[in-house]
Every structure is written in structure tokens, then in C-alpha cells.
Ligand binder design. Structure first.
Ligand code: ADP
Ligand code: MG
Length: 678
């Protein structure tokens, strides 16, 4: 192990990997990789800075070794003696898993022992774990059980530049505990962006800069805008593959669906070209990708072949893939956006920021001079924002407000935010929690609110789960909650079998709507003994089902803790749908003459074509989420009776909101219905 570790440290990733099967040495270009990480020469300086200062900002180019090396240095230096832990947060689950696996491998321990990770619904740690990687959301939840985080000697808030909601809240809370825990060390690690701002926020904490080494990257733009960036990306990959010198390719897309489509297109075209071209390994990477598939992107490319990694912006800064020389960047990303007036949250594909575009281009220049092909015009860069807006300013804050309230932080207006959220967003979060019954009219946490905070899910979902107690359907609701947590990855729809796949999906349709369909899928899977074969035959993704099963088990354990009894509604779908309504009554839409409109704000919305209710178009619907692609689509919808709204949310709905409920039966005066009055 000593020997291996020395090799890791001095020869780097490319060589040490050769043991695991591939002959890295055959390919001269693999040898160039990572003889040393930029952080290596700074080990001693860094350790002495940490010992001198309580809070340190660490700035370094992506791939310089911040995430994988610094916690190891501190571990070697004895910061974990006495059973204390070093915690390192990541905004993304995939990064927490993959980086901890890498560190465990470098140290030579089994993942889950000394080195582990915790992400929502998955805890891969043990009492022996001293190096703990976790999502920022999980560390935030640890405040609930241990308000001073006394088990940690060091907290490294990594990828701070991402400015996720949870990271931003952690900044405020950690700054606070650092004041009365002088022995606690806090490291704020970031790519080379915005670090002065972190220093200012943390009372002028010093900035430790790890000088980067970066090769020049030539940037190319298209002459005219691309109508179809997926097609353009596929063509560019093949052009590079056929005409350019060796080196792997990284393509940035916005999400799983696009990535899967693009991978299929690439594989398809390579198959048709057959032996006319060299081997092209097509590898996807996105948050929901199973971990064994994730690990593949790090394996060295076999000699003579080329690797193309098709990624979300997870590969922008969170993960570093060695050997990338070419980057293809269509210039888009998927972002949550929030309308504080209507309370509507939705995912939107939009141009990425210039800062992101630069990070993406930078990925091509780590091992040698590289090239970045931007699938947009040079002029388009003026359309891009300089940097992206911190998540706290464009998201629903219900979750975080509930958590802060449970920590006894009542004055949210004066919380120490690095960038405060818009006032109306805070107010709306309070209002929503009040309507859900989590806060009383004084803004204090209710008993229900306290129980809701125990569940690591959004307030609407936790309200739904708790409402299942009243409606005696916790068995069904747990399944639905678990299935929703993996919802877009249940049905498998390969390009060459679209008709079969769609038929298989429709065979699961049952009355009531998509939640009931998900329940049906899960129930059938349980009945056939969690069979892989059954999944295969029914175009269901086995891995997603397994994940749903894990999530369900976790939730079941949590319900036991908050003493909710497991009960089944025994086929009564009204009870189940009422429980869903009790949590998601905000998400009500009604059918009007001009299509679906949300009830409170009259916003036009559409049933997603994949929904089981696409044909039926019932009068009243509850949707799980909105996704904006070509229009505002409701994904996962159920049919409800409008009377239920008054039953579950008497504070929120008045009967006049729901007046046209019976108008199907009532004779309507032409041109004078409520819908026309809007
Ligand atoms: P930083 O945090 O500064 O961006 P990292 O510590 O993540 O840098 O990366 C340092 C090196 O470790 C990179 O060369 C990267 O390729 C390698 N690395 C990180 N995670 C993995 C992994 N899961 N498998 C293989 N190599 C990895
Ligand atoms: Mg990192």
C-alpha cells in the first residue's frame, strides 16, 4: 500500500490505473497525465495556513486536487485524532460518491470504512468513518441532530462557487458556530471565481491560492446559430473523431434525456460507419446515472480508441476527467427558476453564463493544449449573463425555512446571508408553510411542522407523507414518494423500440393518474419478487426500481421514528389521492375553455404527452412538477375532485376559487362562464 500510495502521489492517476487491467503505458499520451497535481507542492504551506487560521478560503483551478487531496493532508496531519471527523461537502450527489470512492482507493481502504459518503437516502459511512464526503444538503440536516457539529474537527465547504441554496445556508450557519468553536477549522474551497466575496463574508479570511497550470485552449464558434444543437453536437464529435489528433472529447448537455438521445445517436452512427472509423467509446454522465456506470468515465481510453463523455454541467467543475482535449459546448444549461409571485418553480433550459462557458472551455486544457468548439456564434456570448444567479435567489425556500425554524432561527430576515433571497420569496415560503400547517399564525413551528422537518424531502412531499396517516394509506404514499424521487427514470424508451416501449408503459395505466400508475408499476414489481427479467420485459429501468426500493425503505424507517403507522388503503384510490392533494394543493390546475390554468394565478399549463391523463383531460388536476421545454408542462398529474381542496387546505382555498367545479352539469350562459372572466 505504501508503494501504491507513493505512485499515486508522484506518478499520478494515469499510471496507477494501469494495474486495473488497461495498459496505460502503451499509449504515450496517457503517460502525460497527472504526474503531479498542482496542489502537491503546497502541502506544507497549506497545512501551516490551516493551523494559523480558523477560516481559510482555498482557490484553485478545477482538477488541481482540492477535493481529493486536502482532506487527506488533514487526515495525515492528525486532525481526526480522538474520533473527530473531517467533513467535505459537495453540491452534487455524483461528485460526493465518485470523489469519496477515489479517495478511498488512494488511501487503500474500503469505501464506507475510514472514507465514506452520505447523500440523501444513501449512507455509506460507518462508525469508523473519519473522512466524510457528503452533499451540502446532508450536512445541513446534521445541524438538526448536532447543532454545533461537534463531531467534526474540519469542515470543508467545497465547490463554494456553485452557490447552491444549501451551500449558501451552510455559510451562514458555519460562520456562526465557528465563533463559539475556536478549534473548528473551516475551509471554503472554490474554483477560480468570486473568492474575494467569500473572504469578505467570512470576516476577511485569508485566501490560499493554488496556482493552476493550464494549457492554452483555442475557441471556435459557429458562423450561424445552430437550429438543433444535439444534431450539431453529434456531427462535431464525429468530425473531431475522424479528423483530429488523439484526445478525448467532452460534450456539455443539459440533462439526462438529451444525454441519452445523443449517446444513442452517436452509437447508431458509429455502428453504421463500422470499421471505417476508429473505435469511439460513448459514455454518459449525469446525476441519476447508476454508480457503476459513473465509474466508467474515469477508466483510461484503450490505445487506438477515443472516448467521448457526454455530460451535464457536473463535468464543469465537480468532476475532472483526465485526457480531455476537445470540448463541445452548445452553451445551454438547465436551471431551476422560480416566480415568487405565483410560487411556481420550473426547470428551464437556458443559455449558460459566460463564467460557465469559460469553465467548460478550460476542461480542454488540462493535459495539453486543447480546443473548444462552441455551438453558438461569437455574438451570442453577449446574450449570456456574466455569472449565474445564486440558487437562493431563484428557488422556493420552503424547505430551508422549515429547517431553519426547526433550528430555532426565527428571524429569517436578519439571517447572515451572503446574498439575501428576495423578500417576497421569503414571505411566500412562510405563507406556504402556514398553508401546509407547518407554521402557526405567529410563524412558529407547529407539531406537524416539527414532524415534517424530520423528513429529508420538500415540505409538500413531507406533508403528503404525513397526511397519509389521516387518510390511512401510508403504504401507498411511501411507494409514490419513493417512485416520484426517481420519476423520470422509470420507463425505458430506446429509440429503436419506441412503439413497444410506449405500449408497455400504457399497459400500466390505471384510473386516477400518474401517481397511481407509478404505484401500480411498483406493486407489480413487488409481486413478481423484484424481478430483473420482469423489468426488462416491461421496459422498466431495473436500477431505478432498485433505487425506489431503497428510498422507500429509508422513508419507512423515518416514519417509524416519527411514529406514523403503516396502513394500506386497500385499493381505495380516493384516499391516496386525497393525501397527495393535502401536500400538493398548491399545484392545482383546472381545465378551462382555453386549456389548463393554475387555480390561483391563471397561468396556462399543459399535461405532458407522456402522462396517463393526456387523453382524458380531467377537469381538476394536481401536478407534481412543472417542466418548461416548448411550453409549461405538468409532469406526473392526478385527477382530483375540487371539493377535496377545501377539505385539505381550508386556509388556502375558498369556495369561490372553485366555483366552476360543478359547471359541467350546470347550464352555462354563453360567453359568460367563469373561465372567460378569468
Ligand atoms: P479539484 O477538487 O481541485 O477540482 P480533484 O481533487 O477533484 O480536483 O481532482 C484531482 C485529480 O483526481 C484529477 O486528476 C482527477 O482526474 C482525479 N480524480 C478525481 N476523482 C476521480 C475518480 N473518481 N476516479 C479517477 N480519478 C479521479
Ligand atoms: Mg473539486
Amino acid at each position: 500500500d505504501e508503494q501504491r500510495r507513493w505512485e499515486e502521489q508522484h506518478l499520478g492517476a494515469g499510471l496507477s490505473r494501469s494495474g486495473s487491467g488497461a495498459k496505460a503505458g502503451d499509449e504515450p499520451y496517457q503517460l502525460l497525465l497527472e504526474r503531479s497535481l498542482p496542489v502537491f507542492p503546497y502541502r506544507e504551506d497549506l497545512l501551516s495556513a490551516v493551523s494559523k487560521h480558523q477560516i481559510l478560503i482555498i482557490e484553485g483551478e478545477t482538477g488541481s486536487g482540492k477535493t481529493t487531496q486536502i482532506p487527506q493532508y488533514l487526515y495525515e496531519e492528525g486532525y481526526t485524532s480522538g474520533g473527530l471527523k473531517i467533513g467535505c461537502t459537495q453540491p452534487r450527489r455524483v461528485a460526493a460518491m465518485s470523489v469519496s470512492a477515489r479517495v478511498a482507493e488512494e488511501i487503500g481502504v474500503k469505501l464506507g470504512n475510514e472514507v465514506g459518503y452520505t447523500i440523501r437516502f444513501e449512507d455509506c459511512t460507518s462508525p469508523r468513518t473519519v473522512l466524510k464526503y457528503m452533499t451540502d444538503g446532508m450536512l445541513l440536516r446534521e445541524f438538526l441532530t448536532e447543532p454545533d457539529l461537534g463531531g467534526y474537527s474540519v469542515l470543508m465547504i467545497d465547490e463554494a462557487h456553485e452557490r447552491t441554496l444549501h451551500t449558501d445556508i451552510l455559510f451562514g450557519l458555519i460562520k456562526d458556530i465557528a465563533r463559539f468553536r475556536p478549534e473548528l477549522k473551516v475551509l471554503i474551497a472554490s474554483a477560480t471565481l468570486d473568492t474575494q466575496k467569500f473572504s469578505t463574508f467570512f470576516d476577511e479570511a485569508p485566501i490560499f491560492r493554488i496556482p493552476g497550470r493550464r494549457f492554452p485552449v483555442d475557441i471556435y464558434y459557429t458562423k450561424a446559430p445552430e437550429a438543433d444543437y444535439l444534431e450539431a453536437a453529434v456531427v462535431s464529435v464525429l468530425q473531431i473523431h475522424v479528423t483530429q489528433a488523439p484526445g478525448d472529447i467532452l460534450v456539455f448537455l443539459t440533462g439526462q434525456e438529451e444525454i441519452e438521445t445523443t449517446c444513442e445517436m452517436l452509437q447508431d452512427r458509429c455502428r453504421r460507419l463500422g470499421s471505417k472509423i476508429a473505435e469511439l467509446l460513448v459514455l454518459p454522465i449525469y446525476a441519476n446515472l447508476p454508480s457503476d456506470m459513473q465509474a466508467k468515465i474515469f477508466l483510461p481510453t484503450p490505445p487506438g480508441a477515443r472516448k467521448v463523455v457526454v455530460a451535464t454541467n457536473i463535468a464543469e467543475t465537480s468532476l475532472t476527467i483526465d485526457g480531455i482535449i476537445y470540448v463541445i459546448d452548445p452553451g445551454f444549461c438547465k436551471q431551476k427558476s422560480y416566480n415568487a409571485r405565483t410560487g411556481m418553480e420550473s426547470l428551464i433550459v437556458m443559455p449558460c453564463s459566460r463564467a460557465s462557458a469559460n469553465q467548460r472551455a478550460g476542461r480542454a486544457g488540462r493535459v495539453s493544449a486543447g480546443r473548444c468548439f462552441r455551438l453558438y456564434t461569437a455574438w451570442f456570448t453577449h446574450e449570456m449573463e456574466e455569472t449565474s444567479v445564486p440558487e437562493i435567489q431563484r428557488t422556493n425556500l420552503g424547505n430551508v425555512v422549515l429547517l431553519l425554524k426547526s433550528l430555532g432561527i426565527n428571524d429569517l430576515i436578519h439571517f447572515d446571508f451572503m446574498d439575501p433571497p428576495p423578500h417576497e420569496t421569503l414571505v411566500l415560503a412562510l405563507e406556504q408553510l402556514y398553508a401546509l400547517g407547518a407554521l402557526n399564525h405567529l410563524g412558529e413551528l407547529t407539531k406537524l411542522g416539527r414532524r415534517m422537518a424530520e423528513l429529508p424531502v420538500d415540505p409538500m412531499l413531507s406533508k403528503m407523507i404525513l397526511a397519509s396517516e389521516k387518510y390511512q394509506c401510508s403504504e401507498e404514499i411511501l411507494t409514490i414518494a419513493a417512485m416520484l424521487s426517481v420519476n423520470n427514470a422509470i420507463f425505458y424508451r430506446p429509440k429503436d423500440k419506441v412503439v413497444h416501449a410506449d405500449n408497455a408503459r400504457m399497459n400500466f395505466f390505471v384510473p386516477g393518474g400518474d401517481h397511481m400508475v407509478l404505484l401500480n408499476v411498483y406493486t407489480q414489481w413487488v409481486e413478481c419478487g423484484y424481478s430483473t427479467q420482469w423489468c426488462y420485459e416491461n421496459f422498466i429501468q431495473y436500477r431505478s426500481m432498485r433505487r425506489a426500493r431503497d428510498v422507500r425503505e429509508q422513508l419507512e424507517g423515518l416514519l417509524e421514528r416519527i411514529e406514523v403507522e403503516l396502513r394500506s388503503a386497500a385499493g381505495d384510490t380516493v384516499l391516496v389521492r386525497k393525501a397527495v392533494t393535502a401536500g400538493f394543493f398548491y399545484h392545482t390546475a383546472r381545465l378551462t375553455r382555453s386549456g389548463y390554468k393554475t387555480v390561483k394565478h391563471q397561468q396556462g399549463v399543459f399535461v405532458h404527452p407522456n402522462s396517463s391523463l393526456f387523453e382524458t383531460q380531467p377537469r381538476w388536476l394536481i401536478y407534481h412538477e412543472l417542466v418548461f421545454t416548448t411550453k409549461e408542462f405538468m409532469r406526473q398529474v392526478i385527477e382530483i375532485d375540487s371539493a377535496w381542496l377545501l377539505e385539505v387546505a381550508p386556509h388556502y382555498y375558498r369556495s369561490r376559487d372553485l366555483e366552476d367545479a360543478g359547471s359541467k352539469k350546470m347550464p352555462r350562459k354563453p360567453g359568460k362562464s367563469r373561465e372567460d372572466l378569468g
